[in-house]
Design a protein around this ligand. Sequence first.
Ligand SMILES: [Zn+2]
Length: 186
Amino acid sequence: MQHADRDFAIKTRRYLHQFPELSFKEYKTAEFIRRNLDELGIPWQAVGETGTYGWIEGKGAGSKKVLLRADIDGLPVQEKTGLPFASCHEGVMHACGHDIHTAALLAAAKRLAELRDSFGGTVLLAFQQAEEQGHGALLFREAGLTRGYDRAFGIHIAPDWLLIYQSDEDSLKLYLMRTGTHSDLF
Ligand SMILES: [Zn+2]
């Protein structure tokens, strides 16, 4: 990861961490995501009120579609970490790491947008609301956005491990990796 990308990811994550929002109430988060996509020249459509689906078309040859997915909602938890970028929203915290997932996907989108001349096919971006309540994905399904790609990837982080999930229309694979000291990256 280049320094600029790393700085962008950390800055983005810390901003999101300060302003967590509960499931289906991720209005400011969605606004932030969409503003970033606009700045990167990435087209998007709203999914429900707070979900966002973007796409980056590579200029090279190829027609495969790969979907990258992140969840964006926080939890009804009071933050007591004392971090300089701790939650500014009383009783709400990004305690599940979705701020990191969102920041990582925005950082990937930024890099992929910069590299779009060098790959073919399309990268789809799913910023999914309301993962904590388990219903946000239904809005993507109802909009027909959970089909029509060749592979989908997502992550879930924790202090000592990283879960990577990969799916196509017929299968789901899970990879669990221990991350050791790298968890301090963000
Ligand atoms: Zn989670």
